[in-house]
Design a protein around this ligand. Structure first.
Ligand code: PRX
Length: 656
């Protein structure tokens, strides 16, 4: 059948902009029967037990499916497994043995792509697992991974998983200082990095940043992948080339028999304080949720080509660029570079070239590419696309409709997946074979999970009534188990708002309709989503106050057409320093140095005084209202109400 003619979705005849799966889609989909929601609800623990048995190969079955000692929860207790076994060994004696596991597209257009079959990947992972062992890495040891989007990143992660080492991947665009902070907390023993990589045609000297990151940590050995061939400084006795270590590595490494509740990885993410928290995921529950959400949300079949554009440094990269699809035996595409390099149609050209069928990206990227214009999309044959998905921040209607109509040609469902680093895998979204697909509405909780939206006073919100999104027990198997080395922070952050029965998401939401579809309105704390990247205002403040000119700094998120939100910093200076464009540029650069380019403030506003309460606390709420041109409210109780007038003038406030 000619793929171009297939419509995977149809418009609701009653309602504008509400879409449902077509008969074709329903027929093909793994799940198309609405009744699974009810079935799962009857006994969610039994439901997950069934999914765990069907989806995952266990060396030994668990003795207890779920245990809840509020606020802590455990899944598949006593069960034994290995994720790398599930992602590799289970496929290599099947027809998937020579199927592409990873297709890698480099940023430079004149460079050759690479393809690794499942067998190739199996070989490389086994060898690298032996390399790690030879470097003294044992079960439970932490290994830092600071790599760009190259296949070695999946190889390194799976090799850690194979021997039961705990990886902590750090986004390659984070600075050396950010890397160091995370490596110190994780007490990592080994770091895996690369010489360099390409971004927008520029060579990024990653090893230089890695060297900064290693200083003052417990890292004993550094493994360096030769990616770009740039000159690097190799420290004798500490730094080793990946390819040299691999030359002599034994080809097989027995997968470690891990407990379901052994630690799998730590991923640092921003909270409301300046210190990132180490979100801790465990093996069994994560494997189950990663497997099933990948299969059902993206309706992944053997002939699909799945492209998730997220960097591996974020949770989306972990779950949908590595573990989920590989456990499903799927083919993934990874791309090293920028979406608009060397031209704004690079992504569309890649979709056409390889015939991508499932495409998963962030609203910020959609808005950016939409701005370039339809012609860049229309130049390419995108008829291979079957499913489109989004993640990371609320999507606005205009971007949703553009994605749907222009990229998907009105044929493909849009799966708007809500989840968090903490949840390990997706939790709220419509399923391709069930629907509905409604712009800006994520959908219903994944079967077997349960949420509510609570008002200030803890009551369930009615349809259309805003509230706070919470999850109820049984908590999804892939949820974080704790914050690394900080269980008190775990309790306070997630179970300190509505009590230990409710996992508090820090997101605002409302029920959209009687069916229980949920619309997410965004974070209600000091976490920003800048171009989909999670950052805390406090981290940016800490970076700026390290500059010698700065006395005080308050950062707030301002709305932005493409990036969703951007940081704006309000700063007061020490005597002897004067406001200037140079100083503003310097302060922006300071943030790049301390955190990385994703955190660069959009604007630095230098002022004489910041609005404060009588006890001296900076009123960020007022700054937020000012920058958003919203009503400011009563300022008479401030210590310095006159500061607000000065600020209004400075930023050109247009509110009332
Ligand atoms: O505010 C929500 C937003 O992203 C936050 C989690 O960020 P992070 O841990 O970086 O994980 C992002 C990738 C899973 C959430 O608290 N968010 C994520 N997905 C959506 C979303 N907001 C609205 N709609 C979504 N689909």
């Amino acid at each position: 059948m000619n793929r171009k003619t297939i419509r995977w979705v149809i418009e609701d005849p009653q309602k504008k902009n509400v879409f449902w799966p077509s008969e074709e889609m329903k027929k093909r989909a793994w799940v198309s029967d609405e009744s699974i929601y009810e079935e799962a609800k009857k006994d969610p623990v039994a439901w997950w037990a069934k999914l765990a048995k069907e989806g995952i190969v266990w060396f030994k079955e668990w003795t207890e499916t779920y245990r809840w000692d509020p606020p802590f929860y455990r899944w598949f207790i006593g069960g034994k497994l290995n994720i790398s076994y599930n992602a590799l060994d289970r496929h290599i004696n099947t027809a998937r043995r020579y199927k592409a596991a990873i297709i890698w597209e480099p940023e430079p257009v004149d460079e050759q792509p690479r393809t690794l079959t499942y067998y190739d990947l199996y070989r490389e992972v086994n060898k690298f697992a032996n390399v790690l062992k030879s470097l003294g890495v044992k079960k439970g040891d932490r290994v830092g991974i600071y790599l760009p989007m190259i296949p070695e990143v999946q190889i390194a992660m799976l090799a850690c998983a194979r021997i039961g080492a705990v990886h902590s991947v750090v986004f390659s665009a984070f600075s050396g200082q950010s890397l160091r902070e995370r490596m110190v907390d994780a007490e990592a023993k080994v770091l895996i990095t690369a010489d360099g990589y390409y971004r927008r045609g520029r060579l990024i000297d990653l090893k230089k940043n890695a060297d900064i990151g290693v200083e003052g940590t417990k890292i004993e050995k550094v493994v360096v992948v030769k990616r770009a061939g740039n000159e690097v400084n190799m420290v004798e006795g500490r730094d080793y080339w990946w390819h040299e270590l691999m030359e002599d590595a034994e080809p097989y490494c027995e997968p470690e028999v891990l407990d379901s509740e052994d630690m799998h990885f730590i991923l640092y993410t921003s909270g409301t304080t300046g210190k990132p928290k180490g979100v801790e995921h465990h093996v069994g529950g994560y494997a189950v949720q990663a497997y099933w959400t990948t299969k059902w949300d993206f309706d992944l079949h053997d002939e699909d080509l799945f492209w998730c554009t997220a960097d591996i440094g974020w949770i989306t990269g972990h779950t949908y660029n590595c573990y989920g699809p590989l456990m499903n035996g799927a083919t993934i595409l990874i791309y090293e570079g920028a979406p608009d390099y060397p031209a704004p149609d690079r992504w569309w050209q890649i979709i056409e070239k390889y015939g991508v069928t499932v495409f998963y990206t962030a609203p910020t990227a959609i808005r950016m590419l939409m701005k370039y214009g339809d012609e860049y999309v229309k130049k390419h044959d995108l008829s291979s696309l079957r499913i489109l998905a989004t993640v990371g921040e609320p999507i606005n209607e205009e971007a949703w409709l553009w994605y749907f109509n222009v990229v998907g040609g009105g044929r493909c469902p849009i799966i708007d997946t809500w989840w968090q680093t903490e949840t390990g895998a997706t939790l709220i979204n419509s399923l391709p074979g069930i629907g509905p697909f409604i712009p800006t509405v994520a959908g219903r909780p994944f079967p077997g999970t349960s949420f509510d939206i609570l008002t200030e006073d803890g009551k369930s919100a009615g349809i259309g009534e805003g509230g706070y999104l919470v999850q109820k027990s049984p908590f999804a198997p892939g949820m974080l188990r704790t914050i690394y080395k900080d269980p008190e922070r775990f309790k306070k952050q997630y179970f300190g708002v509505y009590g230990e029965k409710y996992y508090y998401t820090s997101d605002g939401a409302y029920y959209y309709d009687e069916m229980g579809n949920i619309r997410i309105t965004g974070r209600v704390d000091d976490v920003m989503k800048v171009a989909g990247h999670r950052l805390s205002t406090a981290e940016v403040e800490n970076a700026i106050t390290q500059h010698p000119a700065v006395v005080e700094c308050a950062v707030v998120a301002a709305p932005h057409d493409i990036k969703g939100e951007v940081p704006v910093a309000f700063v007061t200076l020490k005597p002897g320093y004067k406001a200037s464009e140079e100083l503003e540029a310097e302060l922006k650069q300071q943030v790049v140095k301390v955190i990385g380019p994703t955190a660069r403030p959009d604007r630095i506003v230098i002022v004489n005084d910041l609005p404060k309460t009588r006890s001296g606390k900076i009123m960020r709420r007022i700054l937020k209202a000012l920058i958003r041109n919203e009503p400011i409210g009563d300022v008479t109780t401030l210590m310095n109400p006159e500061s607000v007038e000065a600020l209004k003038e400075k930023i050109g406030y247009k509110g009332s």
